[in-house]
Design a protein. Sequence first.
Length: 386
Amino acid sequence: MRTGVWLVGARGSVATTSIVGALALRAGLTDPTGCVTELPDLRGPALPAFTDLVLGGHDVVTTPLTKRAEALAAAGVLPGRLVAALPDELAAVERDLRPAPTGGTQADRAAATVRDLTAFRDRHALDRVVVVNVSATEPPARAHPAHLDPDALRAALAGPDEVLPPSSLYAYAALLAGCPYVDFTPSTGLRLPALTALAAGRGLPYAGHDGKTGETLVKSVLAPMFAMRHLRVRSWSGVNLLGGGDGATLADPAANAAKVHSKQRVLDETLGYQPQGGTRIEYVEELGDFKTAWDLVTFAGFLGTGMRMEFTWHGCDSALAAPLVLDLARLTAAAHAAGHTGPLADLAFFFKDPLGAPTHSLADQWTRLCGFARRLHTGGTRAPHD
């Protein structure tokens, strides 16, 4: 199943690492560490092989992909030997990267995006294209009456106003082009009634939001532990220090607030209450593409005895995110081929703020994901919530 993976933000750190990783896997130069779709419970014939993936995308910047990869290698994000071994392959992907459409109305930009997606699919004789948003985090979208209805939205986009934030305009264009959409960011994306209605009308699946790669991943394991042991969490405070482009973006208060909201949901929905404390995100340029998170949890046990725990997470976000981007592209392509439509709730395992998911427990999400993969591979019936 020849599958296109169209990356919005294709020259960013996550996308570049995903591209180098996919090319290295295709060439047999690395192993699939971090790709959960290569675990026995998920691997199977329904998923496109790494050799079936064809990569392209949009970005607002024009830095050559090889230069971006070399910079990431110098920063210790990916091995320099892989960049040196893949010059022809990187050049081939470069030919499939396009400047993000600008100018005109939002309808004009959406039409230009549709043309790029359609040309990419036709040029490589692809069975389908999955659009994955890995661009910078946006502030929350401003409410607009056209967000409620597809016809009203189409009419409004032809006017002079900026009706949709960029992530949602890409989602709209993806749906018009017949492409499933995955949002790896906490941006608005497809979370508007007009867009979900359009996805349903066109029979397309979608997934998101906000890839779960670090501190929140740990929270989704620890919070159920406290709940199942009937221990009362009194406070949970976290500090996230990060550099790179993501850190610079999150220095904007509105984008920062959107990210914090996404990170906090796991506690409220797992514990059934929101403990005291919060999450703070700070930009530290010196950290580059790495991030450090420190959390302090205070909790009460039997007879009200007070206790505490702390953990520190130090990781490279791009190296943690990139294999998940490839996993999501493969699973979403398989879901599309199997006729799934609407939000793919069984992919909640990958997200901080998952669409349509009833649980934030990583163990429960893993069980649902394995069942989903099993049905894809065996051609079994879809679960009622799909």
